[in-house]
Design a protein around this ligand. Sequence first.
Ligand code: KIV
Ligand code: ZN
Length: 529
Amino acid sequence: MENKVLIFDTTLRDGEQSPGATLNLPEKLEIARQLARLGVDIIEAGFAIASPGDFEAVSRIAQDVGQHENGPIITSLARCNKTDIDRAWGAVQAARKPRIHTFLATSDIHLQHKLKLSRNDCIEQVGDLVAYARGLCADVEFSPEDAGRSDPEFLYQVLDVAVAAGATTLNIPDTVGYCAPDEYGALIAGILKNVPSITAKGVIISVHCHDDLGLATANTLAGIMAGARQAEVTINGIGERAGNTSLEEVVMALKTRPQFFKGLDTRIDATQIVRTSKMVSAMTSIPVQPNKAIVGVNAFAHEAGIHQDGMLKNALTYEIMRPESVGWTSTNLVLGKHSGRAALADRLKQMGYELPREELDKAFQRFKALCDKKKVVMDADLEALLADQLEQLNEVFKLDHINVTTGTGNTPVASVRLIDEGGELREDAALGNGPINAVCNCINRITGADAKLLEFHVHAVTEGIDAIANVTIRVEMTADDKKKYVFSGRSADTDTLVATGRAYLAAVNKGLARGAKSSAVNAGKIEAV
Ligand code: KIV
Ligand code: ZN
């Protein structure tokens, strides 16, 4: 245990707090299952009190992935009050290994301006509520939010009280990504030295860093070197603002430099990293930057002639890890129109997708339709189809038909037919300054949404003239509270404009499901004559 660092994955909680990264229940379940395959020790499955949907997602993950023998601990975040803690416990208690993760800010900035709480009241609240959580669950994590900017002497007192109240893990967040590596390492060392009850009771120190200054991984590693034995991370480093520490960077740093990191290691199966990264990117619609360490498409690409020459002579010249060791494969099993349902199911399973029968049937139909348009179907095609299929669950409006006329010398016009929740057809047409704009305008007219297109990305999933187009879209919509929120949508199709219509509609559907305003309740209804 001494030289093992526990990996606490918070992709489904802190990661999902990235603007527009909202995930639906089936997507969260698939990601949780993949995280279990990856070998994470703890899954923070959500913030149970945040909404009934969040509560359900945490509960379902506890009832599913949380039942695996030797599987991960399942936890939910909770503010330091009884209502939140009860809700978190309600959601995780079905897991074999449940944990409650509660937090309260300790920096003066947060105490004075956000919480209006004195230091004494903060200490009392931590003692009472950690003890309350411990009365429910044997595994309790406490986080002093904004620890990185807290007065260390005060922090020591709070942590000592949390240990006395029964906390089994103490997480030290650099909430705003403010610390420098030496400073953060010294903070962890100072905590271990000045709060002797931590070592006496075998409490684990955890690190949780944000990337506002691009230092999250460096800070996390500094914390581990100073004695932390749990790292809180997300896949691809997604998360609030600039994101969290990325799992793949910490895991591979420890693996690649064992001597420097004193033999500290994790239980992660690194060959699952790329697959997990792709799944999270597809489902959150957050693309991975090409030069991202470990999981970016260029992470192992050698462009310069001198580098290529060196690589041909000996890969060690320019490569510190083998691409296969993190799951990059050049072998893409190919399926085609003669492949049956069993072959598809088998391939999907190998790719990490375990679909219920109904979903598999749908996937098979789409696979067959794709085979009519594309000779060979690669893993990347299946990934795009699957991500698309999961996205289309929980739809308010379904796309029934789309037609776009465009070209030189005429104004692009889109006609779209949707099926609403009641099963009724809604149809309309709209002009646009381009074909994409026409499609978006038309969907806004029918749904009554005030959606504004913020981002539009299209990329070919594979090479070749018959490649599938993967479209990712971000829209801004106004909710009942008059605030603007960002929603994302994605879709994949051999026709880029069909994929555009579906991706835009997926984003609008998410907004409507979350209470974004819709003005035209009956717009586009087709009246019987
Ligand atoms: O960044 C942070 O402080 C957090 C805590 C709630 C753990 O995410
Ligand atoms: Zn955080």
